[in-house]
Design a protein around this ligand. Structure first.
Ligand SMILES: Cc1cc2nc3c(=O)[nH]c(=O)nc-3n(C[C@H](O)[C@H](O)[C@H](O)COP(=O)(O)OP(=O)(O)OC[C@H]3O[C@@H](n4cnc5c(N)ncnc54)[C@H](O)[C@@H]3O)c2cc1C
Ligand code: SF4
Ligand code: SF4
Length: 434
């Protein structure tokens, strides 16, 4: 391919994915003097961590840790962030360079936006809010969430009725319906894949009644109910707005299940469920919280103590396999389960049930490369060619993997993995071993 070498020094490294792993890798490289381009497909960087309430096992506020990192990344002179953008057609250019196409999707709002949210207030269209995991609605003109970075509105063009109210009210003149998708070619010396994970979704969720029973939530929806910027002023049952007092967790939903094609443990569900149970006991001191589990995997530093802290606070742990869930007229849910120790089938009624959904691969990385595909492992994650000795190396020299793109892991491990990926990328760019 003919390429204009004049802008070959624009960037050194391309980081794909602006979750905690991508942010950490970008910062590490930027502080070493490398020029980094960070490409995030959503409207804001921050990944899943920015949606969380507190983190296990310390119960530190997730946003208090993420937002300073997010602003540090946004302000760093060696980092250029492209949100609402994607990468396509990566190809090797000679021995030491890669070319890629950067696709910037139109927000229909320019950088002149001051984040005042007047457009959001006036917009008459309400659709499901994906940033609150469907618990409430959002407008077609919107800022995705209060701590979004950049804090610039976007127009959801698919649902916009073109009534023009947002344009009329915007004092900054930032609404621009003429914006189009922009494509450009970038050249880099190394690439870090930090595209993260997807949450388990399949018919199995509807088998449990998800989408049908209003008082059946996923764990991410419960995270949103527990954050300070929560959609309701308290933890509530979505069906009738009542404060729940008999809450159940069902562990291993979509994990450790060969029949669903996901035989591995998601590594975080036991611990985030114990975390949420403790937070619920603080938010609703009169509530009973029961966790139905197959095994409790509390393997990290301080994890077993965290589990025992939950037991001490009165969280009820039942070793039971859920057979099915049905709904009563008042919205309460009946759990039928096999009590694993006695082998007896039992029933219990709860007024709110949380499915602790597992972690799955995000297959996006498979579409990034034009000719030589990035290989995947048996579980669909980016293949680590030297898993034990050099876990960030992938099947392509100069391309490294960080965080949950290589498999389920928690935040500290994602940060460690980003450290490894950025170090390997730095060594590679200095001409060392690939
Ligand atoms: C309910 C729940 C609670 C949790 N609680 C805790 C906890 O208390 N403590 C803890 O340690 N861990 C917790 N975790 C795990 C934690 O969320 C992960 O460890 C962490 O988010 C992994 O970060 P990441 O950057 O690898 O992935 P992600 O957070 O998934 O970030 C990936 C980023 O890449 C972007 N992206 C994806 N594809 C593309 C693409 N093609 N192009 C550009 N960008 C792309 C995504 O939009 C996203 O911003 C929890 C997980 C869940 C589900
Ligand atoms: S687009 Fe205009 S009205 Fe909307 S948040 Fe930005 S400045 Fe405010
Ligand atoms: S033009 Fe579209 S985004 Fe703007 S207020 Fe009307 S419906 Fe909302």
């Amino acid at each position: 391919m003919a390429y204009n070498y004049s802008n070959i020094n624009d960037y050194d490294v391309l980081v794909i994915g602006g979750g905690i792993a991508g942010i950490e890798a970008a910062l590490n490289l930027a502080y070493q003097g490398y020029k980094v381009i960070l490409v995030e497909k959503d409207l804001s960087i921050g990944g899943k961590m920015i949606h969380l309430s507190k983190v296990f096992p310390t119960l530190d506020c997730a946003a208090c840790i993420t937002t300073p990192k997010v602003s540090e990344t946004a302000r760093h002179p060696n980092i250029k962030i492209y949100t609402y953008s994607e990468i396509k057609d990566i190809e090797k250019l000679g021995e030491r360079y890669f070319t890629a196409t950067l696709v910037q999707k139109p927000r229909y709002v320019t950088d002149a936006c001051t984040g005042c949210q007047l457009c959001e207030e006036k917009c008459p269209v309400v659709v499901e809010d994906e940033y609150q995991w469907g618990l409430v609605g959002r407008k077609a003109a919107y800022i995705p969430f209060s701590i979004a970075n950049p804090r610039i509105a976007a127009i959801d063009i698919e649902n916009c009725t073109f009534c023009g109210l947002c344009e009329k009210v915007c004092a900054a003149g930032a609404i621009d319906f003429t914006q189009e998708e922009k494509r450009s070619t970038i050249v880099v010396k190394s690439i870090i894949i930090a595209t993260g994970f997807n949450l388990f979704q399949s018919e199995r969720l509807s088998y449990y009644g998800a989408g049908k029973f209003k008082n059946l939530l996923t764990s991410m929806q419960m995270e949103r109910q527990l954050v300070p910027t929560r959609p309701y002023n308290n933890v509530l049952r979505p069906k009738d707005g009542k404060v729940p007092d008999r809450i159940a967790y069902v562990l291993c939903v979509g994990s450790r299940d060969k029949s669903l094609g996901n035989p591995i443990c998601s590594q975080v569900c036991c611990m985030y469920s114990i975390k949420q149970a403790q937070l619920l006991m603080g938010a609703l001191p009169m509530a009973d919280v029961t966790i139905y589990y197959i095994d409790i995997r509390a393997f990290g530093k301080g994890f077993d103590e965290f589990y025992k802290q939950g037991v001490g606070m009165g969280v009820n742990f039942v070793k039971g396999k859920i057979a099915n869930i049905s709904e009563k007229e008042n919205g309460d849910l009946i759990l039928r389960y096999e009590d694993i120790d006695s082998g007896v089938l039992k029933e219990a009624t709860h007024d709110l049930v949380v499915l602790s959904v597992g972690i799955l691969t995000n297959p996006d990385f498979e579409k990034l490369f034009k000719t030589t595909p990035l290989l995947k492992d048996d579980y669909g994650y980016v293949r680590q060619v030297s898993e034990l000795l050099s876990p960030s190396k992938t099947s392509i020299d100069g391309v490294f993997v960080a965080g949950t793109a290589s498999g389920p892991m928690d935040i500290p491990d994602s940060i460690l993995s980003a450290g490894a990926a950025s170090t390997e990328a730095s060594v590679y760019m200095k001409g060392g071993a690939s």
